[in-house]
Design a protein around this ligand. Structure first.
Ligand code: GDP
Ligand code: IMO
Ligand code: MG
Length: 423
């Protein structure tokens, strides 16, 4: 296996957690490389059902070292409740999760500002953030006024950093009529975090390098999908980091040439949560049916997900940009009762035909062009081998494979760990 990256190649919620959980059973190390607790990765295995936010999906294998990587943003309060929850449901103690000292801290003011900034946006400009403080935290990182996990290990340094940055933060909070913070109060909060997590904050670079150089099985877990990438997604309706293979190298500290395999996770249809263009969105009964059968409600916010058909133009862009070597097609079973299944193969924008993905403002005006497939109209959830899939489902999969030019190695037919066909 050596170094494998798992990336979302749509708008998020493709089933990354489910695929990482499966692959992690053979991994010695799992690294979450970007994002924060805006993630909602569902894992169902023999220990129970879990909605993971910041904890890497390899946590269930006690032998696997899980690292919350340098490229992430961490809220230690939500991390504590998440670990408590995993421990109480699984009945196992969690002591295999480490945090790189370079990971940025989501502070209470980041969450408050996220909510306030979103509140000020007009309806047509709303990003629909998860209000977890992700944008404000990454902004501070880029402005070099962020706090990092390692900073809480040195109280004098932490205090100096807070004295530098807090006056401006408080002015921002006052502007929105929000509560302000004192240095002492935040130093005390960080001391409580140090008490609980101090011994798990590490410099992961030498550890990861040693693992790479010794050919160990390492899995890099992405959050969200490229369509909400800060550079290559639907900016400004994006997240504030890069959930791509390039982002994985940076956020996990892995040289690009060390990556052996890139698994792109793709739903057999599509969904999106939050604002921004989404060209194949359905507003009819098919959309409602996808939402109901697919259980398409956010893990982190509970919001109903926008649902639509598979967009092969966007998927092709995503495969190229991520250098995807293998696809994991999830939720095939959700299409079991559709008589007609559509895929988007191009767009019309301002009277012109497009077979490539344009930037955000053009996407807003895009009208999808569809090709239709006959549905297979039978249950696939019990299939475990390629030969057991109905012929029409095989054709659907082979056509996607042909058009994207990437082998579909994994086909998921249910949320549970064993509901998977490996080709
Ligand atoms: P992630 O954020 O990419 O990890 O995906 P989410 O966990 O947010 O959303 C995927 C949802 O689909 C979860 O509720 C999973 O339990 C569920 N799921 C994953 N794979 C399958 C599948 O093959 N079939 C069905 N029916 N559900 C699936
Ligand atoms: P997983 O990891 C789906 C969306 C939000 C919003 C935009 C920016 O489960 O795939 P943010 O809080 O990051 O500033 O929000 O991105 N978003 C997600 N959508 N799945 C997620 O995570 C998401 N994380 C953020 O809805 O539009
Ligand atoms: Mg999710």
């Amino acid at each position: 296996m050596s170094v494998t990256t798992v990336v979302g190649i749509q708008w998020g919620d493709e089933g990354k957690g489910r695929i990482v959980d499966y692959l992690a059973s053979q991994a010695e190390m799992v690294i979450r490389f970007q994002g924060g607790d805006n993630a909602g990765h569902t894992v169902i295995n023999d220990l129970g059902k879990f909605g993971l936010h910041i904890i890497p999906s390899g946590v269930f294998n006690s032998e696997t070292m899980n690292i919350v990587g340098a490229g992430t943003v961490v809220n230690f309060d939500t991390m504590a409740s998440e670990i408590d929850h995993i421990q109480s449901v699984s009945g196992r103690s969690v002591d295999n999760v480490f945090i790189d000292r370079r990971a940025h801290l989501i502070m209470p003011y980041h969450q408050l500002l996220d909510g306030a900034e979103e509140g000020k946006r007009s309806d047509d400009q709303k990003i629909g953030t998860t209000k977890r403080g992700i944008g404000p935290c990454y902004s501070d990182k880029a402005s070099r006024v962020g706090l990092r996990a390692g900073d809480i290990l040195d109280e004098d340094w932490l205090r100096k950093r807070l004295e530098l940055l807090l006056p401006k933060k408080n002015r921002d909070l006052e502007y929105y009529g929000l509560r302000t913070f004192t240095v002492d109060e935040l130093v005390a909060k960080c001391a409580a975090w140090r008490e609980r997590f101090g011994s798990y904050i590490i410099d992961s670079q030498p550890v990861v390098r040693e693992a790479v150089e010794n050919g160990r099985n390492i899995l890099l877990e992405g959050q969200l999908g490229i369509m909400r990438d800060n550079d290559w997604g639907i900016y400004p309706y994006s997240t504030s980091s890069n959930p791509t293979t390039a982002g994985a190298c940076n956020g996990a500290g892995i040289p690009p040439r060390a990556i052996d395999k890139v698994v792109g996770v793709i739903k057999a249809y599509s969904t999106s949560v939050g604002g921004g263009p989404y060209m194949t969105e359905l507003f009819d009964e098919d959309g409602e049916k996808l939402r109901t059968i697919g259980g398409e409600f956010g893990v982190t916010t509970g919001r109903p997900r926008r649902c639509g058909w598979l967009d092969l133009v966007a998927a092709d862009y995503a495969c190229y940009m991520n250098g995807v070597s293998d696809l994991a097609l999830t939720k095939l079973d959700v299409l079991d009762s559709f008589e007609k299944i559509r895929v988007c193969t191009g767009y019309m924008i301002d009277g012109e035909y497009y077979n490539h993905l344009p930037d955000t403002l053009y996407q807003e005006r895009a009208k999808p062009i569809y090709e239709d497939f006959e549905g297979w109209m039978c249950d696939t959830s019990k299939c475990r081998r390629w030969e057991e899939l109905p012929a029409k489902a095989q054709s659907y999969i082979l056509e996607i494979e042909k058009r994207l030019g990437v082998h579909i190695t994994y086909i998921s037919v249910g949320p549970e760990r064993d509901q998977l066909i490996v080709r």
